[in-house]
Design a protein around this ligand. Structure first.
Ligand code: NAD
Ligand code: GLY
Length: 345
């Protein structure tokens, strides 16, 4: 069992274990009331709702399963969750427990952060992506018609409990998505190796990734600077995702975005040939095909409408070497040249 202490606007512990054994202790240590709303999705509920309910015997459990998938991060589903809490007389002392991947995590966390101006939240992530990324750091969100994650809050959980055994039922496509984010950590930090990508389901590897994110979140909880590093690979990644009409999974798009970041950084003379090769080797541990497959003009068009773009360009995350990345505001023309393979001197 691994424990990572997070010291943000709320202090909390992330437990990474290989069973449910310590979940009860975790829940007891942060709850006050006796009622817990378990917000989950229909797929995760089939696998794990009974096991979790069993561990929490003695609490009054209110399960609420939303349809699996991104569409549940909507105003309509959010509103239904809020009504469910109110109809069941949830008070400020009570708890929301998010059981599932990043969709359920973002939705339940947004609900917990806004119900009665904030009630207790415990995250129990069940996908690789949600264990190493979305359950830690306090970003909550639902989507609006115009774009993803446009409505949300910063709200740190009271505790996070990841049982890595739940990864045994995760479909291959979702494992790939998580591995794409794991590759991001391997580029961002010296502490994560290429071999760790193959050992994605080890509690130690997951805990190491969480520690990398923890350090960044503690330094810049509200994303005014350093936290932008976590967007490494996401500028081109999001563009590819949109251009593919969301048929290429997010983590694979991040992988392709990481390749673009390496290529652009080499062109900008920030990444040496040798360090570039090391990064490419890391990325290929996830998937041999890291090419982005769309023209640089199409990618640039998508980047310019991305919500993370800033006046005249983007805050692009460059790679200097494994373990050393840097955010630089980059205008569209520079990005065009570098994406096209022109070199800076
Ligand atoms: P997800 O929650 O949709 O889960 C993927 C699929 O796996 C779903 O169909 C789910 O039912 C199923 N599933 C989950 N756990 C399972 C298990 N153990 N066994 C079998 N099936 C299981 O997707 P995700 O990739 O976990 O999360 C993506 C979401 O996370 C996106 O909405 C993204 O915006 C968000 N996100 C948030 C942050 C943040 O900091 N808040 C960071 C990254 C991503
Ligand atoms: N996933 C990006 C962040 O938490 O900032």
């Amino acid at each position: 069992m691994n424990e990572i202490k997070v010291n943000a606007s709320r202090k909390y512990v992330v437990t990474v274990a290989d069973s449910w054994e310590r979940l009860r202790k975790t829940v007891d240590s942060v709850t006050k009331g006796t009622r817990i709303a378990v917000i989950t999705d229909e797929t995760v509920a089939k696998f794990y709702l009974d096991e979790v309910t069993d561990v929490l015997k003695g609490y009054e459990i209110f399960p609420y399963a939303v349809p699996a998938g991104e569409n549940s991060k909507s105003m309509g589903v959010y509103s239904a969750v809020m009504e469910y809490l109110a109809e069941n007389s949830f008070r400020r002392d009570d708890t929301v427990l998010a059981l599932g991947g990043g969709v359920v995590g973002d939705l339940a966390a947004f609900a917990a952060s806004t119900y009665m101006r904030g009630i207790r939240l415990i995250a129990v992530p069940t996908t690789l992506l949600s264990m190493i990324d979305s359950s830690v750091g306090g970003k909550t969100a639902i989507n609006l018609g115009v774009g993803k994650n446009l409505c949300g809050t910063f709200y740190q959980p009271y505790a996070v409990y990841a049982n890595v055994k739940t990864l045994s039922t995760l479909p291959e496509r979702e494992i790939l998505c998580g591995k794409g984010e794991l590759a991001k950590y391997a580029v961002l930090s010296e502490s994560i190796s290429a071999d760790d990508i193959d050992n994605y389901n080890s509690a130690e590897v997951i805990a190491k990734c969480i520690s990398v994110k923890r350090d960044i979140v503690e330094a810049d909880e509200f994303e005014s600077g350093k936290r932008m590093l976590l967007n490494l690979g996401h500028t081109v990644g999001h563009a590819v995702e949109a251009l593919s009409d969301y048929t290429i999974p997010h983590g694979i798009c991040v992988l392709k975005g990481l390749y673009a970041a390496a290529f652009i950084s080499k062109g900008a003379s920030l990444l040496s040939e040798k360090d570039y090769s090391e990064i490419i080797d890391i990325l290929k541990r996830v998937d041999e095909d890291i090419s982005y497959g769309f023209s640089s003009e199409d990618i640039l068009k998508e980047i310019s409408v991305d919500k993370k773009s800033v006046a005249g360009g983007v805050n692009f995350v460059y790679i200097k070497k494994k373990g050393e990345c840097e955010v630089r505001k980059t205008d569209t023309e520079t990005l065009r040249r570098l994406l096209n393979g022109d070199k800076d001197n």
